[in-house]
Design a protein around this ligand. Structure first.
Ligand code: 5RP
Length: 224
């Protein structure tokens, strides 16, 4: 199977999960990225059942609108039953590295409001230790140099994502070379650096369910 076929398989499994678990009229949280785009495309048959969706990026907002799903402001929502999103890496404890598409901050905000985080990923995203994928850190532009020095002091090699501006008007530093053995601590430590908006470790609030697409089908893996 190609990687796109695997992405399609996990996306369809997520639609089935939503059909089973989201109450009629419920609001769904929707992530960002190529796997999530397959999910949005496969969501169309369920759209009359949804009360609406909260989008984690402008790109996702546009795609949801195109298929006729009403996009709801997160401030109008008390809680979300389900949030569906992809990942750049995911470990056995369902901690994730995210932000390859640069939407990490809004993704983390929407995920924080959700009761169940459903991660959709193909088997290439599964890792023993997070850190092979460079860790994205969203930074207030005037703080970029000082944050980069602090990240280097933690053992990383930060590189500015050239020509990229987040939906929030900020910059991204991609931090190479980190071996992340304690993702919960590192997530908190990096978020304490003045000028950091957020970082792409989703460990304090990891996934609850992983729908892992493999050559042998889609496996449901639950947070241990
Ligand atoms: C965007 C993300 C994505 O979920 C992550 O980059 C995975 O993307 P893809 O499904 O395209 O591999 O965090 O900010």
């Amino acid at each position: 199977m190609t990687q796109n076929q695997l992405k399609q398989a996990t996306a369809q499994a997520a639609v089935d999960y939503v059909a089973q678990h989201l109450p009629q009229g419920g609001i769904l949280g929707v992530g960002t990225g190529s796997t999530t785009n397959f999910f949005i495309a496969a969501l169309a048959p369920l759209k009359d059942r949804l009360g609406g969706a909260v989008a984690s990026s402008e790109a996702t907002r546009q795609r949801l609108t195109q298929i006729g799903v009403p996009v709801v402001d997160l401030n109008e929502v008390e809680s979300l039953a389900i949030y569906v999103d992809g990942a750049d890496e995911i470990d056995a404890g369902l901690s994730m590295m995210k932000g390859g598409g640069g939407a990490l901050t809004r993704e983390k905000i929407v995920a924080a409001v959700a009761n169940t985080f459903v991660c959709i990923a193909d088997a290439s995203k599964q890792v023993e230790t997070l850190g092979r994928f460079p860790l994205p850190v969203e930074v207030i532009p005037m703080a970029t140099r000082q944050v980069a020095r602090r990240l280097a002091a933690l053992g990383g090699n930060p590189r500015l994502r050239e020509g990229f501006v987040t939906d929030n008007g900020n910059s991204i530093l991609d931090v190479h070379g980190l071996v992340i053995t304690d993702p919960v601590s590192l997530e908190a430590e990096i978020n304490q650096i003045v000028g950091v908006v957020t970082n792409g470790l989703f460990a304090a609030r990891g996934a609850d369910v992983l729908l892992l697409a493999t050559e042998d089908g889609v496996r449901r893996v639950f947070r241990p």
